[in-house]
Design a protein around this ligand. Structure first.
Ligand code: GDP
Ligand code: IMO
Ligand code: MG
Length: 424
């Protein structure tokens, strides 16, 4: 399961709904830049790092592809436990080869954004980019290192040599190594409790015939290769990452479910062809409560962009989509769908790679009739107004991918099952 736009498509709600049918849920990339809101009865859960399956008590695993802030993990576990969610070594495991996000990563994220001027990406400020850089640069401290802090010396030298140079450029003090090691020593027992080679656990789970749900964070348009670079996150968010980010081979991924919002939103900077900076955009934002779960930032809103979602579905090999937040479109006289772009007099049926071109493409719209009946809370196809069904059908035609699920409210059970991802 992956997001097929710029994140916040409603992945958390769908994973939570699917989790009761799964035996394990696995996060395979990103970190606590993700923010998912799950509504179950009168309880609301907010998750960033833990797999959304934890709320149903399903075995939840953080794979090696995730960058892990141990303090964020501790806080999130404490918060969920205070809401009655049980998190134990039975239902939660953490890859011991995960790279850590350290305070120095968060600081660097902030320093870089502050210095970037017009080139600001609008990151979540969680240190995601700097942590992935250190992982690829072979400077990271990993979860397994927490059990060997006494022999951290040479690794710390590599890490600090790099960061001290960067920090000096920003006029900052060198890393306080003593404080860093002391804080790691303090948090280590908590993290190590859950740490293990999760590829082994997953191998066992898979051998037993279990159904494994891979939970992507962010969305394909934020993918570091395929997204709107450089306005992207620092991981691969496409479905293929499920294999490398968990330690299970690609054959373990079957049905690829793309989560797609019935309109479009984006947080942070970067191109957004169908963005509406008018009353309609405002209405979408208000009806959809489009404020970030992590940073509280207002999300930019716009019409559904079929060009982008068709591209995301192709790139991620999406088998079927979950169309979410259909209810937010209730009450519009007409609704627009972007079916192509105009760029310097040319018509395009895809988003070009160059950032300048991405910023310049103009959407070509198709206008369809809206509906005034409510779809909110619909749980079967028969509950949907005819025009809403027409909209869904047009969407699946344009994105060349069938609809498997439709979501009609934040509530877990307000979900229409069209095609079961675990059966097909
Ligand atoms: P995620 O990051 O993809 O998990 O999505 P977020 O949780 O950040 O944002 C989606 C928001 O929409 C959350 O507040 C959800 O509770 C809410 N939501 C999810 N599905 C629906 C839906 O079908 N209708 C409405 N109105 N809200 C929804
Ligand atoms: P979920 O999982 C929406 C965006 C940030 C910024 C860019 C880079 O809730 O869908 P980063 O902190 O990752 O370096 O920021 O990516 N971003 C998200 N936008 N939903 C998310 O996660 C996001 N995670 C990162 O706003 O534009
Ligand atoms: Mg989110």
């Amino acid at each position: 399961m992956i997001g097929a736009q710029w994140g916040d498509e409603g992945k958390g709600k769908i994973v939570d709904w699917l989790a009761s049918r799964a035996d394990a849920v696995v996060r395979f990339q990103g970190g606590h830049n993700a923010g998912h809101t799950l509504v179950v009865g009168n309880q609301t859960y907010k998750l960033s790092l833990l797999p959304s399956g934890i709320v149903t008590g399903t075995l939840s695993i953080i794979g090696n592809g995730v960058v892990l802030d141990p303090w964020a993990l501790q806080d999130e576990i404490a918060k969920l436990e205070s809401q009655g969610v049980s998190i134990t070594t039975e239902n939660f495991a953490l890859a011991d080869n995960c790279s850590l996000i350290l305070p120095l990563h968060r600081e660097l994220d902030g320093l870089r954004e502050a210095a970037a001027g017009a080139g600001k990406i609008g990151t979540t400020g969680r240190g995601i980019g700097p942590a992935y850089e250190d992982k690829v640069g072979r400077r990271a401290i990993r979860v397994c290192d927490l059990a060997h802090l006494d022999s951290l010396g040479p690794q710390l030298d590599r890490l600090c040599a790099h960061h001290d140079a960067l920090r000096a450029g920003f006029g900052e003090q060198p890393v306080d190594r003593g404080a860093l090691v002391a804080s790691l020593r303090e948090i280590a027992p908590f993290v190590l409790r859950y740490a293990q080679p999760v590829w082994k656990r997953l191998k066992k789970v898979r051998k037993a015939g279990a159904r494994i749900l891979f939970e992507g964070a962010q969305g394909v348009l934020l993918d570091v290769d395929h997204g709107t670079y450089p306005f992207v996150t620092s991981s691969n968010t496409v479905s293929g990452t499920a294999a490398s980010g968990s330690g299970l081979g690609p054959a373990a991924t079957g049905f690829v479910l793309g989560i797609v919002k019935a309109y479009t939103t984006r947080v942070g900077a970067g191109p957004f062809p169908t963005e509406l900076e008018d009353a309609v955009g405002q209405k979408l934002g208000e009806r959809g409560h489009e404020f970030g779960t992590v940073t509280g930032r207002k999300r930019r809103c716009g019409w559904f962009d079929a060009v982008l979602v068709r591209q995301s579905c192709a790139i991620s090999g999406v088998t079927g989509i979950a169309l979410t937040k259909l209810d937010v479109l209730d009450g519009f006289d007409s609704v627009k769908i972007c079916t192509g772009y105009r760029l310097r007099g040319r018509i395009l049926d895809y988003l070009p790679s160059h950032a300048g071109d991405q910023a310049q493409v103009e959407p070509i719209y198709e206008e369809v009739e809206g509906w005034h009946e409510t779809t909110a809370g619909a749980r079967s196809w028969a509950d949907l107004p005819a025009q809403a069904i027409k909209y869904i059908q047009r969407v699946q035609e344009l994105i060349e991918t069938p609809v498997a699920l439709v979501s009609t409210s934040p509530e877990r059970e307000d979900t229409i099952l069209v095609r079961d991802p675990f059966v097909d």
